[in-house]
Design a protein. Structure first.
Length: 281
């Protein structure tokens, strides 16, 4: 099984129309539950309704993705749409400006609630930072009585919490890492990408060669040169999620690391990477 991910019009001032979202993610426009076994307590609300209601609040879709069976016609229900508000921007004194984003993940099979995560999209690159833990909370709306007012409250809560998010980012920018700390962060990030918990017993069996760590820490642009936790984290995060570098365990064959294709894994890895980074504060 793989995920079909398509991102159109990334960047400032470019958004998806509903027709484009439907082309990328048709399952979001289902008009009935895809699971015939849902109980009568399940109130079906399709994602199209949420797209329309978020639009009333100023949030427009910028990316969309859905899970799809490889080589089969069966479309699974889980999908994701990311939204951005052109009127809400995080300005930075160092020019590293960003847009907050709302990430909606949903399923029309009765297995999960609408789930909203808060992300940060940096204008200097396209790694699409997604974070959600103690500082960047998730918000859920269950399929048991959706109202526009409930959605408004959830989004309002997320927006009101933005100053706290900015404070975390500023702390990361002020935290300077040593070379040893950078290398440990890169190594732990590789373990997370491999599905291994850093500092666990299993992690002790994995040791990447020096060239792998150096490659991960090599920035792709001048704006990402530096030793702050924020800068190093973004370099690592982009490499780990987007791939396009070579890695090898000590004594093993070098292999090319490719981009994460599953939007579910991409979200989860992003969250774990941010949690890993903020543990350095």
């Amino acid at each position: 099984m793989s995920d079909l991910i398509q991102n159109f019009n990334e960047g400032l001032g470019s958004y998806l129309t509903k027709d484009q979202v439907k082309e990328i993610c048709p399952v979001a426009f289902e008009t009935a539950p895809t699971n015939p076994n849902v109980t009568n307590k399940y109130l079906f609300v399709n994602t199209e309704t949420i797209i329309d209601d978020l639009g009333k609040l100023g949030w427009k879709p910028v990316t969309a993705a859905m899970r799809k069976n490889r080589g089969k016609d069966t479309i699974f229900s889980k999908h994701m749409v990311t939204f951005q508000n052109p009127d809400i921007m995080i300005k930075s004194k160092d020019g590293d400006d960003a847009f907050p984003r709302i990430i909606l993940s949903n399923s029309h099979d009765g297995l999960q609630a609408f789930k909203f995560s808060v992300g940060i999209y940096r204008l200097v690159c396209s790694n699409g930072l997604v974070v959600a833990d103690e500082e960047f909370s998730d918000f859920k709306i269950k399929h048991k009585g959706y109202t526009f007012e409930e959605l408004r409250n959830v989004i309002s809560q997320a927006v009101q919490d933005l100053p706290n998010k900015v404070e975390v980012l500023n702390k990361m920018k002020n935290r300077i890492l040593t070379e040893v700390e950078k290398e440990k962060l890169a190594l732990d990030a590789m373990l997370i990408r491999a599905g291994i918990t850093p500092d666990s017993d299993k992690a002790k069996d994995f040791e990447y060669d020096k060239e792998t760590i150096v490659d991960i820490l090599e920035p792709k642009r001048d704006a990402d040169k530096g030793s702050s936790l924020w800068t190093v984290f973004n370099v690592i995060q982009e490499k780990i999620t987007k791939g396009d570098f070579h890695a090898a365990l000590k004594g093993a064959k070098i292999r090319k690391v490719r981009a994460i294709k599953s939007f579910e894994k991409d979200l989860e890895v992003n969250k774990q990477l941010f949690r890993l980074a903020t543990a350095q504060l």
